[in-house]
Design a protein around this ligand. Structure first.
Ligand code: PLP
Length: 423
């Protein structure tokens, strides 16, 4: 009997004992092709030698120091690596242990910025429906997963949500992508005006939506318009790239493809590639200078920020991505996988949409292609797809159910960047 409080109380999980490239192997010897990187984490597969060696070497030298006493070499090197490749203006990094902590940090930095600027009346965040930003109370507050929020609703801070950029469901029949993107982005302007611009801290969005909408990428022009609206009203733009960043879309920072730069950007998952738990919040010079020129501090902090071993792992992941040309590989393998999905499922009666960027792809499942009617949530299609795939030795990441604020079911695919053609 397991003494762990597992995610599902009445489910018995296979025991994972080994990794082999893109495969996970369980205690019975069954091999699972990891076509989702767990939850878009394991971008280098499960046995990348250079990352393992770098972590071992750091453990031999210095496993841990507290950031209140020291900085350390791997953290400094990883920060430099990230900011020199980041979208314009993001000049400092705050390291965390995962995605929720990174977003929690971004929210608090954004609030601190306005307080230091002498605008403490700014108290509102705007975010989007069908989004996920983490499981802490603050990140749940801005998230759109209704199922995860429900029990905690009375404890959450008020937040305002607008529609996601979701052309498959929201674009009008004769509308061009560009026009739809502007229309969707203009919902942000309306929300800011409703709340009163002087009360809004920031707008939070996943660059490409992951778990709650299935690789939902913005149409061209959408994020540019969002950036313009934020600038017009002096609202901070916070992009959550916890799932979509670190090369998953073929760009180290997903928003680079959209040609914009946020004020705060969070990443995790692929940053440590599963070899170490690590997240990061990248911060604009304007925010850093305002805090530095004001109180000179940021009231925040966790025990494991800038963890040397986690940062050594993260740095080795970055080096592997560059040495092995993996961003380019994500683009070519992503195009190949997409073409294969379209060939196999493009006309499938239950597949309504195939979408995504790079190796971040999804299939949306519908009961009726013409009306786009989703399956009855009672049917729990996404859970059944996951179980059937696992039984056949395949890991994919389905989710859905209107109770979660998700319209319909989808299957997310986020295989390791090293995936071969045959795999
Ligand atoms: N943000 C996004 C977009 C995510 O997909 C996730 C996790 O799935 C998180 C935040 C939370 O990250 P973590 O589970 O590492 O706390």
């Amino acid at each position: 009997m397991s003494h762990i409080l597992h995610r599902q109380f009445v489910h018995s999980y296979p025991v994972a004992v080994a990794g082999d490239g893109p495969y996970v192997i369980d205690a019975k010897g069954q091999r699972y092709l990891d076509a989702s990187g767990g939850a878009a984490v394991s971008c280098l597969g499960h046995s990348h030698k250079s990352v393992v060696e770098a972590i071992k070497a750091q453990l031999d030298r210095l496993p841990y120091t507290h950031s209140g006493f020291f900085t350390n070499e791997p953290a400094e090197a990883l920060a430099e690596h990230l900011v020199t490749r980041a979208p314009e203006g993001l000049g400092k990094v705050y390291f965390l242990s995962g995605g929720s902590e990174a977003n929690e940090t971004a929210l608090k930095l954004a609030r601190s910025y306005w307080v230091e600027k002498g605008e403490p009346q700014r108290v509102h965040f705007i975010s989007r429906r069908q989004s996920y930003h983490g499981n802490t109370l603050a990140t749940l507050s801005i998230g759109g997963n209704r199922g995860r929020r429900a029990v905690y609703e009375p404890l959450l801070m008020p937040s305002t949500q607008i529609a996601p950029c979701y052309p498959y469901r929201e674009k009008w029949p004769e509308e061009q992508d560009l026009d739809y993107g502007l229309r969707a982005a203009d919902e942000l302007e309306a929300a800011i005006r409703r709340l009163g611009p002087e009360t809004v801290i920031g707008f939070v969005a996943e660059t490409v939506v992951g778990a709650t909408a299935g690789a939902l990428a913005p149409v061209p022009g959408y994020l540019k318009r969002i950036r313009e609206i934020c600038d017009r009203y002096g609202v901070l733009l916070i992009l959550d790239e916890v799932m979509s960043g670190m090369g998953r879309t073929g760009y180290l920072f997903a928003c680079a493809e959209d040609g914009i730069s946020p004020d705060l950007l969070t990443c995790a998952k692929g940053l440590g590639a599963g070899y170490q738990p690590i997240g990061a919040c990248l911060i604009s010079g304007e925010i850093v200078e305002t805090l530095a020129g004001g109180s000179g501090s940021f009231q925040h902090g966790f025990t494991y920020i800038g963890h040397p071993t986690a940062c050594a792992g993260g740095l080795a992941v970055q080096h592997a991505i560059e040495r092995e040309g993996l961003l380019e590989r994500v683009r070519t393998q992503g195009a190949a996988l997409r073409a294969a999905l379209e060939a196999r499922f493009g006309n499938h009666r239950y597949i309504g949409d195939i979408r995504g960027r790079g190796l971040f792809l999804a299939l949306e499942l519908v009961e009726d292609r013409a009306s786009k009617a989703p399956f009855d949530p009672q049917y729990k299609l996404h859970a059944r797809v996951k179980a059937e795939a696992m039984a056949r030795g395949l890991m994919c990441y389905p989710s859905g159910g209107t109770a979660d604020g998700v319209r319909g079911d989808h299957v997310l695919l986020a295989p390791p960047f090293i995936i071969s053609d045959g795999q």
